[in-house]
Design a protein. Structure first.
Length: 354
């Protein structure tokens, strides 16, 4: 019987999926685990929800219960069904990244977790049962710097001699319009630079996307600000290491993995003060925080990086070093494991007392 069930009930590959997959790949070497739900790249083949419940009826040898690690509302509901309705020997761990109060249903669910892991100190202030603050980590083995950034960019097939990008769902919350505004100011001074908007617009945001494309066309930059859509997870590392900068300007972000993926790839970032971005910069060594809705300042920050090769190289090296030393997936997996071990130790103590 497995000692750990990790759930992934969302068929789409999201930021939550990426962070879960990175941790699971490391956990698989240390725990007898099952992935339940939909597959994740590089992870064990998943079992069904029903099989995960069957696997939880009897704890693994030496364990008083099976831990379910959940990250989404449907996953919390399934784990609570196993624990509270079916009365299985299960304990539920939830990872919370939101830096604001959850709505009514998730608040009710989170209140019934056995342990909560917050990804930031601020996120911890909005949820109960916090056992640890464990920042998300990036896979520093998968995301690595390019030996030759110019050659890596040429290999992408995109035009120009270099590229910058923003990555994420195309919508106002992600600040896609802020990126476009900054690029409209930056690109005329950098004729060899191409800007990429990586992601897709859901149906409610298609008018927003159309407006952005119309503004770009009016500026005569449709061949330099490109919308290639989503990038498959397995193709993202190669694209990331080819970039000269990642520009993330969200109005709200719970945590934000894209800057970390860039940093691990030796790519500095420019971003608003959202998510955990300020901590990522390490006082400006690995990235730059800009004021929201200040396209001139954003363009200036990117220009300062691209216009000084020595500085770009130094910040790129620092970004990689920070990702490896402070925000690695190994560090995240170790922090999560300590929470599991504490729960299992409590289970052993309770069993001895009984």
């Amino acid at each position: 019987m497995p000692e750990l069930i990790v759930t992934n009930f969302n068929r789409n590959f999201t930021g939550v999926s990426a962070t879960a997959a990175s941790v699971i790949r490391r956990q698989a070497a240390h725990f007898d685990l099952r992935l339940a739900g939909h597959p994740l790249p590089g992870c064990p083949a998943p079992v069904s929800r029903a099989q995960a419940i069957r696997d939880s009826r009897t704890p693994a040898p030496g364990r008083a219960f099976t831990i379910w690690h959940v990250r989404r509302n449907p996953e919390m509901r399934a784990a609570l069904w196993a624990r509270d309705v079916l009365r299985l020997p299960v304990r539920v761990v939830f990872t919370s990244a939101a830096q604001r109060y959850h709505s009514t249903l998730p608040r009710w669910l989170i209140a019934r977790m056995d342990a909560v892991i917050a990804t930031t100190e601020r996120a911890a202030a909005f949820v109960p049962h916090v056992r640890a603050v464990v920042p998300h980590g990036v896979d520093t083995e998968n995301f690595t710097p390019a030996p030759d950034r110019a050659a890596a960019w040429a290999a992408t097939g995109f035009p120009g001699r270099a590229g910058v990008a923003t990555i994420g769902r195309i919508r106002p919350e992600k600040g896609t319009d802020r990126f476009v505004d900054a690029m409209l100011r930056l690109l005329p001074d950098h004729p060899g630079l191409t800007a990429l908007v990586i992601g897709r617009a859901a149906r409610p945001d298609r008018a927003f996307l159309a407006d952005l494309q119309a503004r770009i066309a009016a500026a005569g930059l449709s061949d330099r600000i490109l919308f290639p859509g989503e990038v498959a997870p397995q193709a993202l590392p190669a694209l990331m290491r080819a970039l000269s900068a990642v520009v993330q300007l969200p109005r709200y972000e719970g945590y934000g993995m894209t800057p970390l993926e860039g940093m691990a790839s030796g790519v500095p970032f420019v971003g608003t003060d959202a998510g955990y971005y300020r901590r990522f910069t390490q006082d400006g060594a690995a990235g730059t925080i800009v004021a929201p809705d200040d396209a001139e300042a954003t363009a200036g920050a990117v220009d300062a990086l691209l216009g000084d090769k020595a500085r770009l190289a130094a910040v790129s090296r620092a970004a990689r070093a920070v990702a490896e030393s402070t925000f690695s997936a190994e560090a995240e997996a170790a922090g999560i494991a300590r929470v599991y071990d504490d729960l299992w130790a409590e289970g052993r103590d309770a069993r001895v007392r009984s």
